[in-house]
Design a protein around this ligand. Sequence first.
Ligand code: NAD
Length: 496
Amino acid sequence: MTLHDNLARAAALKLPSHAVIDGALVAAKSGKTFANTTPRDGSVLNQVAECGPEDVDAAVKAARAAFEDGRWRLKTPREKKKIMFRLAELMERDLEELALLETLDMGKPIRDTRSIDIPTSINSIRWYAEALDKVYGEVATTPAERLSFVVREPLGVVGAIVPWNFPLHMACWKVAPALAAGNSIVLKPAEQSPLTALKLGELALEAGVPPGVLNVVPGFGESAGQALARHMDVDLIAFTGSGEVGRKLMVYSGESNLKRVALELGGKSPQIVFADAENLDEAADAAAWGIFFNQGEVCNAASRLLVEASIKDAFIEKVRARAGQYMPGDPLDPGSVAGALVTEGQMKRVLGYVEKAKAEGGTLVAGGSRVRAESGGFYVEPTVFANIKNTDTLAREEVFGPVLGVIAFKDEDEAVRIANDTVYGLASGMWTGNISRAHRVARKLRSGLVWINGWDACDITVPFGGAKQSGFGRDRSLHALEKYTELKGISVTYRA
Ligand code: NAD
């Protein structure tokens, strides 16, 4: 498949534009639409239904009705599994289309959407379908003449609010376990990237997910998102996004029905390279990939590189040499390893951090500029700064772009102190050949994930989520089901 083929296929695509509410593809009740643009060249892709509070209310009502009459919740596990498997098959059938939609919508390279985003999303649906009849309740230790057991029941109506950096992938991390647990869902995709979520809603109907069980409401955060999070009949908001919006969601919950809130937020993840690492070339590969994959728009991006002072200069040179491999190209070109940043605003924000890092005394080692401006799209070079202090803005704030800050440390204690000196706690990692050090440091790092001699080395079997201001609640693994279920204790008293 060449760039030329992809351009032709993209031009022939039918782009989803309607909300999915109660089993129907509908326009917003107000008739409003918003222009959905592509960061590839800044052009308008299509007009998408702009859902507001009245559409969200209709979606929540449909979800509640579906939950109450049990059209999904009360299906046998075998039936639910069959339908979820069918959904995965349909996503596989339409993999190329989904990959194109995702690439056009948010600018990531087609080679990643084809090989990572869409396959991973399909895997989530399958994994939770397989899991749904393998999770058992408990029998409690009770006095004689009483049998107490503990069951997990679906919560009811789940509001899922997701970001634009992995649009379908993040949606499936929530939709799959929520469906497997028997809930009804109202999914609000990010306004920058609604297409694959809308397609997911359509495919779910085709697969046999009953009407009202998975509703998709495209629209803006302050209107559709807020209406969902303030709704009196939503039981949980499962959110992935920024800390700023996470804070608002907790307020909305407190000011409405005290719905549960689960937050997967940002990070400023440290990757520590000790001088005793067995393979510094592999570590340098991981340092570059950890920050430049997905244009750095990754919540667990390894945005702080902590390097032992004795190897600092040689290691920075290795990373600099690799940065060029992530030079952005046309996202539709199968040869591109990096694509565009999601919006012009995001690009400006990233370039603003570059300027700030320079002003605060960082040494620019690679990149630092916009590229491919003639395309009309929003591309930034892979950028590396040396001589960053952990007090610098680049080390404190989430940039969400391809900008790496390198910080030197003198010994293990200092490495741990710097790594933990952040409000975030999503992921951290280290490279060392010393097994005792690996275990010792892993236990001291305050983050939801720790990777030793590898970066982002895990999959759906391992819970994903953060400590501190990176949020609470977990996606992935069987633990994700805890978020979408309520524990109920039932006791039977009988005559012995
Ligand atoms: P964002 O918080 O701006 O938006 C996320 C979603 O929230 C969007 O759907 C948006 O429309 C909605 N929203 C915005 N304002 C709202 C409001 N007032 N009420 C309800 N909903 C509202 O985040 P973003 O810019 O789309 O995504 C980037 C952020 O997501 C980064 O901070 C990143 O670290 C984080 N992220 C975290 C994870 C994780 O798993 N921890 C994964 C991916 C991204």
